[in-house]
Design a protein around this ligand. Sequence first.
Ligand code: SAM
Length: 276
Amino acid sequence: MSEPISDPTAIKAAVREHYGNAIQAASGCCGPTCCGPTSTEVALYGAETITALPADVVTASFGCGNSLAIAKLQPNEVVLDLGSGGGLEVLLAARQVGPAGFVYGLDMTDAMLETARRNAQKLGATNVSFLKGDIEAIPLPDRSVDVIISNCVINLAPDKGQVLGDAFRTLRPGGRLAVSDIVFDGELSDLPIAEAELRTALSWAGCFAGALSMSQYRTLLEAAGFTEIDLTVTQRYGADDLRAQALADEGLLPVEILQSLDGKITSCAITARRPG
Ligand SMILES: C[S@@+](CC[C@H](N)C(=O)[O-])C[C@H]1O[C@@H](n2cnc3c(N)ncnc32)[C@H](O)[C@@H]1O
């Protein structure tokens, strides 16, 4: 089995390359005009929401849930989307918070930022801004946002404690975190494979290799200072999903290990609050 990727710079470079290629492939699916929403976007956000947007604005989304459904945004709120990708959730959030609210998208991948800015322009959205940067060092002042959303991104960060600590710093007292992320249900020590070996076999860019367990997530949120923490499973992935999406190499994990993971890798809705 190959060595795990443990160098944070190498992980970020691999993630940046993967998602740069992915958004370019999605945007170019039918040449200069896009194919419009896929069944994934419709399933995550609902046909009504998606069809209300111009088809070419709904470029591929790469989420594992719907962080807007978790966040329950209110008019006038200031929102930050960690790892905003092609900008779909930022643009939907911008409509929910209205003209007196504001939504920042933060991403480290140039092709994602270009797509997001182009889409914002097409929609004439004036209450959004897409920032280039790392979610481990959020380029916003202390106590400057009401809500932090994120969809399938925190698992990709090498230092998740740093991400959650900086999210806490950026939130106003009383502000909330509303995240969809990939999370292991159960203790990794209970699996018939060493954690390091498992993470090596799973794909970082595919969002499984860097996933925390529920208890690890809760511990990091508490360490950052968050309260009112909740993690609720919204979807479970079976062995077939892992075989199809996550393994770097066919046959890298023995069948019995795959079976032991059946249903244990999940999408979770994660909420927490910075005390007021
Ligand atoms: C799985 S995609 C999700 C995109 C978007 N949230 C969505 O739902 O479509 C992950 C995104 O996070 C970004 N990303 C990953 N790690 C990051 C980091 N450390 N800092 C900033 N952006 C990051 C990637 O560039 C990519 O756009």
